[in-house]
Write a protein that binds this ligand. Sequence first.
Ligand SMILES: C[S@@+](CC[C@H](N)C(=O)[O-])C[C@H]1O[C@@H](n2cnc3c(N)ncnc32)[C@H](O)[C@@H]1O
Length: 225
Amino acid sequence: MTPSKKKSSPASWRHYNFTTAGPVDDYLYSMLPARDEVLVEMEQYATEHNIPIVGPAVARVLQQLALMINARTVFELGSAIGYSTIWWAQAVGESGRVIYTDGDSKNVERARGYFARAGVTKRIELHTGDALEKLSEQKHEFDIIFNDVDKEDYPRVLRLVAPRLRKGGLFVTDNVLWSGRVAEKNPKDAHTKAILEFNRKLYDSKEFYTTILPIRDGLAVALKR
Ligand SMILES: C[S@@+](CC[C@H](N)C(=O)[O-])C[C@H]1O[C@@H](n2cnc3c(N)ncnc32)[C@H](O)[C@@H]1O
């Protein structure tokens, strides 16, 4: 095909200036079913103590993805008080396994209490320390690897993931739109630059088929080919 010489006009299928912020976002959250008592308490605790959990709209996507591929094993990098971990644990079922990792021992102790109350203790292996180190020690392939650590580590996480994920497995990453800062002209901030590098490499990778879902702060879902 010869490239068109016509000046490009805005594509009719683009929803320019349409945003899921504000009232539309409220609508999306209003659609969510009520959560278990423990999850509601965790959401309140996270709000009061400024803990950056994924929240129920993204958590529902995580659980749906796990159910779609019948996931039984999940490795989570950056688990905090264990909110997203519980959603994974519910999805993998009784015989499933979720690896929780966090560098803060206070988070680990709080998460342990929530897991017991949610009835998912047996499905979760807790690890205190560096999540990337723990992932690099893994000898088995997982169905899902979920990345929610410090943003400057995202490019390094990407280098570790592929050999530890099964074919047809999912590599899922939170905060890839970074409150919209990914669209800045010349971002100086190291976190934004790391996320931009990560997103570009993930989309360019031949090992993954990737889409960023623009829900909340952006969720990258990458299928391992
Ligand atoms: C965004 S929070 C995780 C929230 C959790 N995924 C949820 O949605 O419920 C990030 C957590 O990752 C932990 N963290 C950041 N970098 C880490 C690393 N390299 N190793 C282990 N934990 C890390 C922090 O202590 C923090 O609790």
